[in-house]
Design a protein around this ligand. Structure first.
Ligand code: HEM
Ligand SMILES: [Cu+2]
Length: 544
């Protein structure tokens, strides 16, 4: 192991604040996004704790019903638009994508920086709407209420509109990068699965996000000028809003989960020291999920008065999404089978993902079942379902990825001991928070309510205590990650003994990523063929 950080590091050269704010380096832009999404996660998390405190016991606890409406709306809007959509693609994706394919940068580095500034502007507008009185419509901004609410809906939707452009431009950048900038020998089927996942995500970002943009503009026009598009009195239709909204927002859930699945493929193969099972199936299932995702939006509208035939078709199509998702889960399990599994912190997050995302995905099938959803719609069952997908899926994968690439990004190791402790606490706290909500929902507890009947008390109280347990886990994580900057061990270039390309350069990499353009002669998961000893011994990470 080296004793000194590498001399040429993107973190140090060039130096100064200005060099960061005007950087075109994808790695620095990734770090800038990481700061943005972490901040958003803290804001959204504090709002979540406020929701849970209010629900600690029946009756008014802390807030008025109006304030409560604003808190859950802001929690949802911040978590979705400011945190989770940009989280993996824009923060981690920006950092790793060019490294994974052996490129010097993304295809359009200036556009990449512009995307970050657009993200900042959108965030500022969204925060302005919070300080100017906040929104109470729910993050979905359903009409007709959103066109009548006197809260700051216009500013918040304008913020989301601006943020959408940031997402579209990132997607565009990634697609061109993957097509044009792969290193010699990096064929499509030698690309790490993270790249396939980012690619499929980018397709959705480009095709779906403009629809949200137009919808939000129509909503703003409706509020400002009463154009009538969503108003039956003027020949409009409020349900049309729901169609537009979910035409984006269902595919958007795949913007949230697909890149997470990409990370999981990397982690499971690396920490099982095995060739990924069914590479092509995993790669194509990402594309299949991205395409199928466009055909199922009507499952959010089973009780909105759409035709029964439409509901049946949407219900059947929804089941199809289970196939590529199941393919991934089985392939990951098959990869681990007889592997040499090491229970590092990133791997613990990958295993958490396997447990909790599977619960989230399977309960999605319950909700996609037309008859069952009529009962479960707008109950806490839905809240539990989407948190199992978004926190149990995306956030677990994000945390796994952050820990996995942390030494590459910052040239420091975090404490593995505390990392594992925090991972376990977060896993326990997560399930304690959200599992009771499945039960609450199936018993009829509606979502977005500030009060409830005493029968629900113990389950709600358990959920609130769970949110505190999770918070402890996150605080421990914040502590050891911050400490790693000053006290962390200096890792070798390849502390995990991984075979993919980003580990062949220094940690942290130089601005141009690789000293010489890499020539790719093997796939990223060829652990079985490559005598692992040669890779591992070279980097001094203990042979198998
Ligand atoms: C980490 C701890 C979290 C806790 C304890 C938590 C808790 C809650 C609670 C209690 C609600 C209110 C449900 C209702 O009354 O309908 C809620 C809503 C919501 N949460 Fe979370 N949440 C957490 C994280 C997240 C994350 C990471 C995301 C997204 C990435 C997220 C997205 C949402 C959304 C979209 C809503 C719906 C808001 C609405 O109904 O308009 N949450 N959350
Ligand atoms: Cu959906």
């Amino acid at each position: 192991m080296d004793n000194q950080p590498p001399v040429h590091s993107y973190l140090r050269e060039p130096s100064g604040l200005k060099s960061w704010l005007l950087t075109r380096d994808h790695k620095r832009i990734g770090v800038l996004y990481l700061i943005g999404i972490m901040t958003a996660f803290v804001i959204g998390g504090v709002l979540a704790l406020m929701i849970r405190l209010e629900l600690l016991r029946p009756g008014p606890t802390l807030f008025t019903p109006d304030t409560y409406n604003k808190i859950f709306t802001l929690h949802g809007a911040v978590m979705i638009f400011l945190f989770i959509i940009p989280s993996i693609p824009a923060a981690l994706g920006n950092f790793v994508l060019p490294l994974l394919i052996g490129a010097k940068d993304v295809a359009f580095p200036r556009l990449n920086l512009a995307s970050w500034y657009i993200y900042v502007v959108g965030t500022v507008v969204a925060l302005y709407s919070i300080f100017a009185g906040a929104v109470d419509t729910g993050w979905t901004f359903y009409t007709p209420y959103s066109t009548q609410s006197t809260t700051t809906v216009t500013a918040m939707t304008l913020g989301a509109f601006i943020l959408g452009f940031s997402s579209i431009l990132t997607g565009l950048n990634f697609i061109v990068t993957v097509h044009k900038l792969r290193a010699p020998g990096m064929t499509w089927f030698r690309m790490p699965l993270m790249v396939w996942a980012l690619y499929a995500t980018a397709v959705i970002q480009i095709l779906a996000t403009p629809v949200l943009g137009i919808t939000l503009v129509l909503l703003i026009l409706e509020r400002l000028f009463g154009i009538g598009i969503f108003d039956p009195a003027m020949g409009g239709d409020p349900v049309l809003y729901q169609h537009f909204f979910w035409f984006y927002s269902h595919p958007a859930v795949y913007i949230m989960i697909l890149p997470g699945m990409g990370i999981i493929s990397e982690l499971i193969s690396t920490f099982s020291r095995k060739t990924i099972f069914g590479y092509r199936f995993i790669a194509f299932s990402s594309v299949a999920i991205a395409l199928l995702g466009f055909l199922v939006w009507g499952h959010h509208m089973f009780v909105s008065g759409q035709s029964e035939l439409a509901s049946m078709v949407f219900s059947a199509l929804t089941f199809l999404v289970a196939i590529p998702s199941g393919i991934k889960i089985f392939n990951w399990l098959a990869t681990m089978y007889k592997g040499q599994i090491s229970f590092t912190t990133p791997m613990l997050y990958a295993l958490s993902f396997l447990c909790t995302f599977t619960v989230g995905g399977l309960t999605g099938i319950f909700l996609g079942t037309l008859s069952v959803d009529v009962h479960l719609h707008d109950t806490y069952f839905v809240v539990a379902h989407f948190h199992y997908v978004m926190v149990g899926g995306t956030v677990m994968a994000l945390l796994g990825g952050v820990h996995y690439w942390w030494p590459k990004m910052f040239g420091r190791m975090y404490s593995e001991f505390w990392g594992r402790i925090a991972a376990i606490i977060i896993f326990v706290g997560f399930n304690l928070t959200f599992f009771p909500q499945f039960v609450l929902g199936s018993q009829g507890m509606p979502r977005r309510y500030f009060d409830y009947i005493p029968e629900y008390h113990s389950l709600h109280a358990t959920s609130t205590v769970g949110s505190w347990v999770m918070t402890i886990g996150f605080l421990i994580m914040a502590a050891y990650l911050i400490r790693s900057f000053s006290h962390g061990a200096i890792p070798g270039d390849n502390p995990w003994g991984s075979l993919s390309l980003e580990w062949t350069t220094t940690s942290p990499p130089p601005t141009e990523n690789f000293a010489v353009t890499p020539q790719i002669t093997h796939g990223p998961y060829d652990y079985d063929q490559m005598t692992a000893a040669s890779t591992l011994a070279r980097h001094g990470t203990g042979a198998r």
